[in-house]
Design a protein around this ligand. Sequence first.
Ligand SMILES: [Zn+2]
Length: 345
Amino acid sequence: MIRNIPCRICGESKNFFNLIAATGNRGVPFISKEHKVALCQNCGVCFLNPQHEDGDYKKYYEWHDRPVDRKVSPKGFRPGTRGEYDRLRLDFFTKILKDKNARILDIGSGYGRFLKSLEERGYRNLHGLEPNREAVKVAEENYGYKFYNAGLGDASLPEKEFDAATLIAVIEHFTDPVKALRDMYKLLRPGGYLYVNTPNLEDVVLRQGINKYFKFVHTFYFTEKSLKNALKKAGFEIAGSYTLPADRRFSNLLCPENYSNSELNIIAKRPLKDGAALEIEKEDWKKIRDKVRSIWRKDKYYALTGRLLSIWRHRKFIGYPAILLKKKLCSKKPLTDFEIPETTG
Ligand SMILES: [Zn+2]
């Protein structure tokens, strides 16, 4: 089911600016193909509105995250990850969390990849939280960490247990990020840290067109300010922030702005004493509107040049029609894993 939602950061229910429309649902029949991206005119956060309910997303992830669909190498790593970015993220995190015996929980731990990189940095007390049963199974087979096969807010999770929690490329997937952050808050001991990593809306990805970034799995789009607002609203203090630059290795003459987007990295802290939520700092929504629109205007051109360059890069001139044909045939593969509910979108 698709429904209108209020702004999860400031509670605004009607003053939204319709920023752009994105398309695509990866061939999943119960997910709408059209997505409207709204900007809150009060606090400036950007999100899909209307938006699918949690139940639809849960079904989608169960379908999508089967190990059979992922090229998981024996160690649980997905090939092609950006190692340099991983290193910079870890540098930032280890600067703040110096205690190598700290109890760390990786939220949305998937196949355990980020936990493994923490282990390589010397951390010894590692735990994962992952709702996908199959992913937990693979991760447990590969690593000795303790995994909770549960979702956030699950009653079986221990409270005030962890010295730190990490949230790598996860927060942009929640339908209510503030509620999710409040659930994370409960898991941390007073004084515990939460490390949040997410793409930066102020530097949106153009590599393969705007529909690659504004898509149904990304429910919220943050700037540094709006992410800090969400954290403050959930009761956190801000301990540090670091914006990773865009990766311009994809850039070239045909496509000068064709690069992978930059990343926000924020470390928040559960205060020693629970207090009132901190005042949020409103984002200038017009500034965000103009920025995204200027990219949007160039999107068709970049989508085309980006595609041409990617064909060249992979030397698939001859193979390209075959890839298109395969794509067409694969998208017709029936989904039989679960019942497909009615949608209104
Ligand atoms: Zn708002």
